[in-house]
Design a protein around this ligand. Sequence first.
Ligand code: SIN
Length: 561
Amino acid sequence: MIPSVLAAPAPGWTTETDVVVIGSGIAGLVTALRCRPHGRVLLVTKALLDAGSTRWAQGGIAAALAPDDSPGEHLADTLTAGVGLCDEDAVRALVTEGPGAVRGLIDLGAAFDRASGGGIALTREGGHHRRRIAHAGGDATGAEISRALLAALKDSGVEVIEHALVLDLLRDAAGRATGITLHVMGEGQPGGVGAVRARAVVLATGGLGQVFSATTNPEVSTGDGVALALRAGAAVTDLEFVQFHPTVLWLGEGATGQQPLISEAVRGEGAHLVDHTGARFMSGRHELAELAPRDVVAKGIMNRMRETGASHMLLDGRHLGATMWENRFPTILAACRHHGIDPVTEPIPIVPAAHYASGGVRTDLYGRTSVPGLYACGEVACTGVHGANRLASNSLLEGLVFAGRIATALSADLTALVSDEPSMGDSSDASPVGGARADGLLAPSTRGDVQRIMTSSVGVLRGAEGLAAAARELADLPIRSGADVRPGVEAWEATNLHTVASAIVAAAQRREETRGSHWREDFPERADAMWRGHLVTRLDGNTLTTTYEPWRQSRREGDRG
Ligand code: SIN
């Protein structure tokens, strides 16, 4: 059973704004800043402003900035990585607006690393045929972007509520979004369950990596936005395409929680993947070897692990030298040394781990979802740019470009959305917040169960039997939890994780082929005739339904669901 609303106490307070943005990564911050000229903006975020995934981003932000590069070449690499499922118009918007958007970040104060000639230093990552990844602080790109955006936020007039877990969407009788319910913890701000009434709601809640035991995602990435969108009746798509980053520091069997990332940029600067005999196993598997698209490299590593019976592979960057490690990769060097590995003198043990949701809440080219008044941006969204496998360093760019597009849309949409004032507590509010019914609410302890199930059966390598077992176990969890779970942050998060995990499994079971980051042992080939299309998931009552839609070259503006 998947709840259609989270059990929660009735809102004890209400506030109003024009646009409520949920999330404070690059997508949320840019949306808030860019929407501010059009009205009042309230940004709510689950923990502290800089606690999300953006600040962990290492490699950089991809854009055709070099004289020998072009948006057309960036487009071609993105489409190749997406294995036939990208929306070409969305990718075109990304790559053509990308360079200007990155320059806009620089104007705002983001300090990207410079080459000796003074231009922006650019590196390569997997799937890119050109050097087009701009970086900052060596390998601390997200932290620098976050710093610059938070500085800009200070005097912007955007209101902020931290430590706020979004619960559900408020809707009017016509089904339009009219605000959110949320739970706030912390001093100096309204506490407990409250409601924000707004003309537009923007989901920028980030990823869902915490459905797996080991992930590069921080603790807060529990898929809250996707779960809320499903409960609100929105279309969610491509969820089976969870990307596993090939090179995550191996901390031993059974390591759980957020794991240290070893950026693809390390391979971009020349590090090699080797097995325990020192052999470079990616040579001969792909023309780009270690710099093949991410899904190809993750599969290469997993295959070599199986062939050799090893628990992990190695990333050898000794030949990069101490100066390169210290100047270019200070964050990674410190993380490795913290765990007793010195990349200057020894290869780094690595293994793939859950990293990024290529799918999410389906949007049009301006971030509009299938629910009027609800927008989505960043990792929570599926704008169509990633297809079956995101190209490295396109994620910060997507958040940046599509946040600007949402602001453009809202400059017009807000006028239309203004005519019908939402009113909390009206019988027209379709989201039944309040009441003690805990149907479908999961006990906090089930978080670990969800992670165990997903890791053992729905990881890099999938098969019908494991997926069916995962579906059965996930279906049992609400029954095992019982009906007397007390509403609270941990129970709401566990419930969101369960909802999202169930949706991923449903899509992964249905897609009987191998494509991008969805790898089926029992269907090892890509099958365009049957499967060149999207799986669209919705919540129907308390049941998830997944429908197949053939791929179209363009999703077109206004085509959201
Ligand atoms: C990395 O630095 O390898 C991660 C970049 C990304 O996920 O795009």
